[in-house]
Design a protein around this ligand. Structure first.
Ligand SMILES: *Cc1c(COP(=O)(O)O)cnc(C)c1O
Length: 364
């Protein structure tokens, strides 16, 4: 059967490997598997959120409040923005999809960094748009500005902090790109890891409110990372009302579930869990930097909940990922991004112990 020709150039997104796969392929008990591949919160679900989900268990027959009034109210207080500047998605991924459908079509152009979140390209290809990438794997403002002047892209993605590299843009560099954008160019600032950047160095963090000052920018946030709700699928976009109105036309009704909505509302006021998550991360990430230094390979300074180990000639990331998998440790190989690198979510102390022990065994 023939399908739309746009699909011919799309490779199916490769999600982090699930625990179930390691159990099946290597016969390792599920509780022995350490998953550090999808940037999930290693502390698990916040106890307060888990209690909310349980308390709402008998509401599964009800459609959620489609206005998402309470969640919008909670987000508007958290970020000091008006409710009409908010859109909620099934993960911020769904908001990315709305952006693509709202702005892109065959002949339209999108600009992104050479190495960045894979979904930007997939959603753009679905619309038949042309993909442009800056030469460097880092977000270099001068490269973005030059390509914006030359190509006048319809959408620009700034992933800061960036997945899968972990680096982030300085505030002044981010604002330089925003200031130089054509009014018809929608600049998407994907802040999926912004909580980690803010905790590490405020020079690399922005508030949604600051992005809201630009009539052609959209800020994206998610509950999947620092808030520990990847399985609940809730994200949001913040932009001036004209942009939000356009995106809302693409939103299907009831796009997040009754339980997800309840969970996200509780998460908004769960600062204790957020602080605990950030503190654990701060305490553990130094071990990954030290391990890399001790074994003489590079790492990228991280502003996220993961670290990217970048290998020289003598180590191969694909072989390493496979050897770790055999030992029950799941990490993300970045070979498909053209890098000889591994992206590893910083886990709990015990999970990280397991990873270092497996690495010691592999490296001999
Ligand atoms: C995880 C992630 C998202 C979105 O995750 P959702 O679970 O769909 O909210 C968006 N952008 C980047 C860069 C991410 O890493």
């Amino acid at each position: 059967m023939k399908f739309n020709k746009e699909l011919d150039s799309i490779k199916v997104y490769e999600a982090g490997k699930p625990i179930e796969l390691v159990v099946r392929e290597f016969g390792i008990a599920p509780e022995e598997v350490v998953k550090l591949a999808s940037n999930e919160n290693p502390l698990g679900t916040s106890p307060r959120v888990a209690a909310t989900i349980r308390a709402n268990a008998d509401k599964a027959h009800l459609y959620p409040d489609d206005s998402m009034f309470e969640l919008k109210e909670a987000l508007s207080q958290r970020y000091d923005v008006l409710e009409e500047t908010l859109i909620i998605g099934a993960g911020s991924d769904q908001v990315l999809e709305f952006v693509s459908r709202a702005k892109l079509h065959p002949g339209a152009k999108v600009l992104m960094s050479r190495v960045t979140f894979a979904m930007y390209e997939i959603y753009a290809r679905q619309q038949g748009a042309t993909i442009l990438r800056t030469p460097d794997w880092r977000h270099r403002p001068e490269e973005f500005l030059a390509m914006m002047r030359e190509h006048r892209p319809d959408v620009v993605y700034l992933c800061t902090p960036n997945n899968p590299t972990g680096d982030a843009m300085r505030r002044e560099d981010l604002f330089a790109v925003l200031d130089g954008a054509d009014p018809e160019t929608l600049v998407v600032v994907d802040g999926a890891y912004m909580e980690y950047a803010r905790a590490k160095d405020p020079d690399y963090a922005v508030d949604p409110r600051e992005i809201l000052e630009y009539p052609n920018a959209l800020y994206l946030g998610t509950f999947s990372k620092a808030y520990g709700l990847g399985g609940m699928r809730v994200g949001y976009g913040i932009a001036q009302p004209g942009i939000i109105e356009a995106l809302l036309k693409l939103r299907p009704p009831f796009n997040i579930t009754t339980l997800s909505l309840a969970a996200a509302i509780t998460a908004c006021s769960d600062d204790e869990f957020l602080e605990k998550s950030l503190a654990l991360h701060r305490e553990q990430i130094g071990r990954y930097e030290a391990y890399a230094r001790a074994h003489r390979f590079d790492y990228i300074e991280s502003y996220t909940n993961f670290i990217t180990w970048n290998f020289g000639g003598d180590l191969n990331s694909t072989d390493l990922a496979e050897a770790l998998l055999e030992r029950g440790v799941i990490v993300r190989d970045l070979a498909s991004y053209g890098l000889n690198a591994l992206r590893i979510t910083v886990g709990t102390a015990a999970q990280n112990d397991r990873l270092f022990a497996a690495m010691d065994e592999i490296l001999g």
